[in-house]
Design a protein around this ligand. Structure first.
Ligand SMILES: [Zn+2]
Length: 273
C-alpha cells in the first residue's frame, strides 16, 4: 500500500512520509503499519508480520511503481483535482482516482496480475453505479510489437470487447498505447461445397481462426487526460457478458470496430475493419 492514515486522520503518501511522521495506520483495518523505505524499492506501507489483514500484501513492486508514476504525472495537470491513490470506495478501491475539470470522477484500474472477466464486470458495474468513469489499463510489454501475433489473455480479450475494440496499454506516466485486436488465421483448408446456382461441387477456402492469437493494430499514443467519458449499455457479445459501464475511453470509439469485438469471429472473406 502506498497510502496510509496518520494519527490526525490524514492520508499520507509513503514517498512523502518519514518515520517521524508516524505512527501510520492501515486504511482498511486501522491497525498500525510500518513505513518501508529502502534504496531499491519504492517507499510503501506494510503490515507487521503477525497482522491478520491482507490488504496490501502480495502487491508487486511493478504495481506500486505504476500507481506512483501515474499519480505524480497527474498531480501537475491543471484539470486534475482531488487526486488520490487507493481511494476507499466501499466495494472498490481504484489504484488512482481524481476529479476531472471539477465535475467528472475518474478511476484508474491498473491490472497486472490475472483477473477474471467476472471480477472486471463486477467492479465496472460498481463504478457505473457510483457515476465514476473507469479506465482499465495494463502495462505495455515487449510482446506488443505488432510484428508478430500476440497471445492474448482472457481478461485482455474481455477488456477489448468492453472498450469497443481497444485495450489501453500503459507506457509510463500518463501515456497509453491503444491497441486493437484483429483475428489471426491459424490455418486454412480447402472445403468442398455444393453451389446451388451452378449446380456443381466447388472448392472454397476455409479459415480457422485462433481463439487466443491476435494480430495487433497499434494506435497512436494518447494521454490519460486525452480520454473522454463514454457510456455503454450491458450487452451479450457471443459468450461475453458486458456490464453497464461508464468508461474513460477514446471518444467515438464505440462502433469504430463493431464487428471485431466479437470474441470468435466467423468466416470472413477478406481482412480489414
Ligand atoms: Zn489492514
Amino acid at each position: 500500500m502506498l497510502s496510509a492514515v496518520n494519527e490526525p486522520g490524514e492520508t499520507v503518501m509513503a514517498w512523502e512520509a518519514t518515520r517521524e511522521d508516524g505512527p501510520f495506520f492501515c486504511p482498511e483495518c486501522d491497525e498500525e503499519v510500518i513505513l518501508k523505505k529502502g534504496s531499491i524499492v519504492l517507499p510503501h506501507f506494510a503490515h507487521y508480520p503477525e497482522a491478520s489483514c491482507s490488504y496490501g500484501t502480495g502487491e508487486s513492486e511493478q504495481h506500486r511503481r505504476a500507481k506512483y508514476e501515474i499519480y505524480e504525472a497527474l498531480r501537475v495537470h491543471p484539470s486534475v483535482s482531488h487526486l488520490e491513490v487507493e481511494r476507499y470506495l466501499t466495494e472498490v478501491r481504484p489504484d488512482v482516482s481524481f476529479l476531472w475539470q471539477r465535475r467528472l470522477r475518474v478511476a484508474i484500474e491498473m491490472q497486472i496480475s490475472a483477473i477474471s472477466p467476472a471480477e472486471i464486470a463486477h467492479r465496472t458495474r460498481c463504478y457505473a453505479a457510483k457515476n465514476i468513469w473507469v479506465l482499465w489499463t495494463t502495462p505495455y510489454h515487449n510482446n506488443i510489437s505488432g510484428l508478430t501475433p500476440y497471445n492474448t489473455r482472457v481478461w485482455e480479450r474481455y477488456l477489448h470487447a468492453l472498450y469497443f475494440g481497444t485495450v489501453y496499454y500503459w507506457l509510463g506516466g500518463i501515456q497509453l498505447l491503444p491497441v486493437h485486436f484483429e483475428s489471426y488465421i491459424q490455418d486454412s483448408t480447402l472445403e468442398q461445397y455444393y453451389d446451388k446456382d451452378e449446380k456443381k461441387e466447388k472448392l472454397r477456402l476455409k479459415h480457422i481462426y485462433s481463439p487466443v492469437l491476435r494480430n495487433l493494430d497499434l494506435g497512436k499514443k494518447v494521454a490519460i487526460t486525452d480520454l473522454q467519458p463514454v457510456k455503454r449499455k450491458a450487452v451479450h457479445l457471443g459468450k461475453l457478458d458486458l456490464p453497464d459501464a461508464q468508461l474513460w475511453s477514446i471518444q467515438g470509439s464505440q462502433g469504430k470496430h463493431p464487428k471485431d469485438v466479437l470474441p470468435t469471429p466467423k468466416r470472413k472473406t477478406e481482412g480489414g475493419h
